[in-house]
Write a protein that binds this ligand. Structure first.
Ligand SMILES: Cc1cc2nc3c(=O)[nH]c(=O)nc-3n(C[C@H](O)[C@H](O)[C@H](O)COP(=O)(O)OP(=O)(O)OC[C@H]3O[C@@H](n4cnc5c(N)ncnc54)[C@H](O)[C@@H]3O)c2cc1C
Ligand SMILES: *[C@@H]1O[C@H](CO)[C@@H](O)[C@H](O)[C@H]1NC(C)=O
Ligand SMILES: *[C@@H]1O[C@H](CO)[C@@H](O)[C@H](O)[C@H]1NC(C)=O
Ligand SMILES: *[C@@H]1O[C@H](CO)[C@@H](O)[C@H](O)[C@H]1NC(C)=O
Ligand SMILES: *[C@@H]1O[C@H](CO)[C@@H](O)[C@H](O)[C@H]1NC(C)=O
Length: 470
């Protein structure tokens, strides 16, 4: 136990430096994916604050035969955030303007503008995006880069689909605005099109969200009623715990903006009660792995499950939904800003807290019509390697067909499904208890051509640090 206590102390000491690390120096030269070991080493990193400045950087790079790649909040875990070594990287952070056209119901934003800032600005004008991602700290350029998604069959579920215009600086330094049909090839742009400087989206009148969360047997998953339920709901998020054969359904129904209530999603699985708890968690998980204690992992999984819909907050998970007083609430009504995106703030957000829990994620999209095939593959592997997913369960989200050429939802109603496993941090020679299941499923997803599974562009990277909600 001494080792655990020592590293707990070390972790607490490291908290003292958070303030320092948070201030990004202007001349930093390397950057990491926030949640993985992906490490980028360009020759320099520029932080332009207008389109003209971006043009200058590109023209300069052209002269010296250097490549250029822009990045956003580097929350993608894969190396799509990196330019080739030695190239110039553009940090989009200062391309952060917001121009709302209330009459046309559109918003034009700089590519580096944070999603949550756009959501706030829209709300102030009585407008909203029809869906959001779980975490609002990503940039709009980055969100369209990977096709980041929320969950809805009924409404546009990605910013890439809401896109009506995109202004870029091309490889030769020209400014180009794409609209209409041309956009479809680059709705999900992966940073390959040029430097995206401005993106324009259609928005909708502001609404509120009535959230009702409840458990149910997983038998419904194997019937057409499952997809029908998702089709009939504005936004449905489903967490599956195969071991206990249960689903936690989160029904997010849009209601008129005048509906009383100002509740919030308390970060879901990403939230923790305290920093100390957060610091201890990674060591506790390591301890479970070292002692091969699947029972303990499964108990955490169950704690997570109950936190989604109830005030049974065992295993350290706060309730997923709270009222305006901060107390557990279900059902709860609130604005998209608080309910669709997470409001947990550092350091009580697990994924923004200082010490990492090492995770590995599997985030795939399949055509909705292939759900039963996916379940058959999943169940066969699960039978061989019964597993628990204490950090996420198995998450299902939904999306209508996308027009984007490389969108995960290209051409068909789509199901996104994902799960996280924990990896041992302190003993690299010890494999996660869940690893056999994880690897077998990963392989099967790639190998089964009928399934047409497609990986999330910004996920499935190297192992992640920090527990992340999706
Ligand atoms: C806590 C957390 C929760 C998440 N939740 C969700 C979720 O609910 N749904 C989901 O789909 N994903 C989710 N993700 C993944 C995340 O939304 C995507 O990885 C997103 O692309 C990250 O945006 P970013 O601003 O960090 O962009 P980056 O990761 O920095 O970049 C993404 C891509 O966009 C390109 N790019 C960025 N800016 C520009 C620009 N100005 N010009 C040209 N190219 C550019 C980059 O080159 C790269 O290819 C989550 C991630 C985290 C960490
Ligand atoms: C990136 O990660 C590496 C390896 O974990 C670490 O050594 C380095 O300090 C990090 N760099 C930055 C800029 O965060
Ligand atoms: C979702 O909630 C709405 C509003 O309470 C309700 O009418 C609808 O039946 C619910 N649907 C599901 C699938 O839970
Ligand atoms: C596994 O963890 C549980 C707590 O969930 C504990 O009661 C049990 O004794 C542990 N078993 C072993 C073998 O360590
Ligand atoms: C949890 O909620 C139930 C009703 O849903 C209530 O009866 C109970 O007192 C609550 N418990 C706590 C600890 O808040």
């Amino acid at each position: 136990m001494a080792r655990f206590r020592f590293s707990l102390l070390a972790s607490l000491l490291s908290l003292a430096f958070i303030g320092v690390a948070a201030a990004k120096p202007q001349n930093y030269v390397h950057y990491n994916a926030t949640f993985s070991y992906t490490y980028c080493s360009p020759s320099s990193i520029r932080i332009p604050n207008n389109i003209r400045a971006v043009q200058k950087i590109v023209q300069e790079a052209l002269k010296s035969h250097l490549k250029v790649k822009a990045f956003g909040s580097h929350h993608s875990t894969t190396d799509i955030i990196c330019p080739p070594t030695g190239s110039i990287a553009i940090d989009s952070a200062h391309l952060n303007w917001i121009k709302i056209n209330k009459k046309a119901k559109t918003v034009k934003v700089g590519a580096g503008t944070l999603e949550k800032n756009v959501i706030d600005a829209l709300e102030a004008q009585g407008l909203s995006f029809p869906q959001t991602t779980t975490y609002g700290g990503i940039t709009m350029g980055g969100a369209t880069g990977t096709g980041a998604h929320g969950s809805s069959f009924k409404h546009a579920s990605t910013f890439s689909e809401m896109l009506v215009g995109m202004t870029i600086v091309t490889g030769t330094g020209e400014i180009l605005t794409l609209k209409g049909k041309d956009l479809d090839d680059f709705r999900v742009h992966l940073g390959f099109l040029g430097v995206v400087v401005e993106v324009e989206f259609t928005v909708v009148p502001l609404y509120k969200v009535l959230v009702t969360a409840y458990p149910t047997d997983d038998a419904i998953l194997y019937t057409p009623a499952f997809l029908q339920m998702a089709e009939a709901t504005d936004s449905l998020v489903v967490t599956w715990i195969p071991r206990i054969k249960k689903l936690a359904i989160v029904n997010r129904t849009y209601v008129p903006v005048g509906t009383p209530g100002n509740g919030a999603a308390f970060g879901g699985g990403g939230a923790v009660f305290s920093v100390e708890q957060r610091v201890q968690e990674s060591q506790i998980f390591d301890y479970f792995e070292v002692t091969r204690n699947q029972t303990a992992m499964c108990a955490v999984e169950e704690g997570y499950f109950y936190s989604i819909f109830s005030n049974v907050t065992s295993q350290g998970f706060p309730p997923a939904f709270i009222d305006n007083m901060g107390n557990f609430a279900n059902p709860v009504v609130g604005f998209p800003r608080n309910v669709l995106t997470t409001t947990c703030q550092a350091p009580k957000c697990a994924f923004l807290a200082p010490t990492p829990i090492l995770t590995k994620e599997l985030a795939f999209a399949i055509p909705a019509r292939n759900l039963q095939l996916l379940l058959a593959i999943f169940d066969e592997i699960y039978k061989k390697y019964p597993s628990c997913f204490p950090l996420s369960g198995v998450l299902f989200r939904f999306a209508p067909p996308s027009r984007g050429l490389v969108a995960a939802e290209q051409g068909e109603p789509t199901i996104h499904f994902e799960l996280l496993i924990h990896l041992v941090e302190s003993n690299h020679d010890i494999a996660s208890i869940q690893l056999e299941f994880f690897q077998a499923l990963s392989k099967a997803l790639y190998a089964n051509k009928k399934l047409k599974a497609r990986p999330h562009w910004g996920k499935n990277g190297h192992e992640n640090s920090h527990r992340i909600p999706h």
